[in-house]
Design a protein around this ligand. Structure first.
Ligand code: SF4
Length: 398
């Protein structure tokens, strides 16, 4: 099975590829949901395709807005551009976009986005007949339904989400953000108000807020957990899924690298028929996350998917920085968060068996002055005392 990783920027794309992605999905500046992630300019898209193809990795570009009339003309040009630079497929939700591809650029592969909410084999069959190369199944399906879909539609590629944030609505089909914030989820601009804290007010008592359910943290009436199907990978493989997808184009380099590596390494064990080691499972808890859920995998029951007491993220490890280069055993670290002399930090690499623990005994700034603390967005030097593999990421236990 293909491990498909998110890339909200070129830097994240490089780390996803180095940490084991078989394919990466990203968006251009136009028409791809997640308008808040940095996304790729046209030049960057072209470079990204070349970078991925040189490494034997596929690149899919999201074009999954629901188009209005004014979008049609620029969409047509954009799709032609994507075909010209040789992206492996585009991800679409709207039949209008699929129709444009079918009639104007039939050689361009398209995948049907999870936003299109494909929940039955009949729907898969429709898209297959329409010319789709792959279907990204709705998150709201059980394993039994997925198996049935595969039996009815043995030819088409099937992809499913295995990890990451979920909507409390059918993926993205929600007006909360547009209504409360004038930021439309269906145009890639959701501000995630389903995770906000809500209370009741009584009309004659302005400023007095009554919790809907009493709790010292307030009330989170629409609060999704994070999806995690790591323990179900053998069943997913057996069900005939071709690609497993990690959500999170807006998350950090550390998130992308850690999860891509964990899922790719786990799949290597699954493919050999071996159990997934527990230490690898622990990796899933080292990224910032919410309570995990297997969501609808066993039964369609929304009770499994929400966590009402709190919307806080669980953080056991802090992402500290990335190693930009190593020269004579000196690591040049691009600092993302503060760490200090005397702390023990973890440095992770694309091969999880080469990870190291490192006691920081000296930190030098770029001019070789010793410093006690690092500051975010600076470069510092650490003498590791031995050669290390490239693409190291620093983190520490909180
Ligand atoms: S507000 Fe929540 S449910 Fe609605 S689109 Fe955004 S993340 Fe999904």
């Amino acid at each position: 099975m293909e491990v498909l990783a998110p890339a909200g920027s070129f830097e994240k794309l490089k780390y996803a590829v180095q940490y084991g992605a078989d394919a990466v999905y990203a968006a251009g500046k136009q028409f791809g949901l997640r308008a808040q992630s940095t996304n790729f300019s046209k030049e960057e898209l072209q470079q990204a395709v070349q970078f991925c193809h040189n490494q034997g990795v596929k690149l899919y570009i999201t074009v999954n807005i629901y188009a209005h009339n004014s979008h049609i003309q620029p969409l047509q040009e954009y799709l032609k551009f994507l075909h010209k630079i040789d992206v492996d497929a585009v991800i679409v939700s709207d039949v209008a976009v699929a129709q444009l591809i079918k009639t104007e650029i039939p050689e361009l592969n398209f995948h049907v986005s999870t936003q299109a909410n494909v929940t039955s084999w009949k729907s898969v069959e429709f898209w297959q007949n329409f010319g789709a190369k792959r279907i990204i199944l709705a998150r709201e399906l059980t394993l039994a339904e997925i198996i049935e879909i595969r039996q009815h539609c043995p030819q088409i590629e099937l992809e499913m989400f295995v990890h990451g944030a979920m909507c409390m609505a059918y993926s993205g089909r929600c007006l909360l953000s547009a209504y409360l914030n004038n930021r439309s989820a269906n145009l890639g601009n959701c501000s995630q108000p389903c995770r906000w804290r809500y209370a009741l007010t009584e009309a004659t008592r302005p400023g007095q807020y009554f919790p809907i359910e009493e709790d010292e943290n307030g009330t989170y009436i629409l609060n999704s957990k994070d999806l995690c199907l790591f323990n179900r990978l053998p069943e997913i493989q057996k069900a005939g899924i071709d690609s497993i997808k990690i959500e999170g184009r807006m998350k950090s380099v550390h998130y992308t690298a850690t999860l891509t590596r964990a899922y790719r390494t786990a799949m290597n064990f699954v493919e050999k028929g071996e159990p997934i080691p527990d230490e690898l499972k622990q990796e899933l808890y080292k990224i910032s996350h919410r309570f995990y859920t297997e969501a609808f995998f066993d039964e369609f029951n929304s009770q499994n998917t929400q966590y009402y007491p709190s919307s806080a993220y669980i953080r056991q490890f802090q992402f500290l920085g990335i190693i930009e280069k190593v020269q004579d055993n000196i690591a040049y670290v691009q600092v993302k968060a503060k760490f200090k002399v005397g702390e023990t930090i973890e440095i992770i690499f694309p091969d999880w068996e080469t990870d190291i623990l490192f006691k920081v005994d000296k930190i030098l700034d770029e001019e070789d002055n010793p410093v006690v603390y690092t500051k975010p967005n600076t470069i510092v030097k650490l003498n590791l005392g031995k050669p290390i593999p490239p693409f190291g990421i620093l983190r520490k236990k909180i």
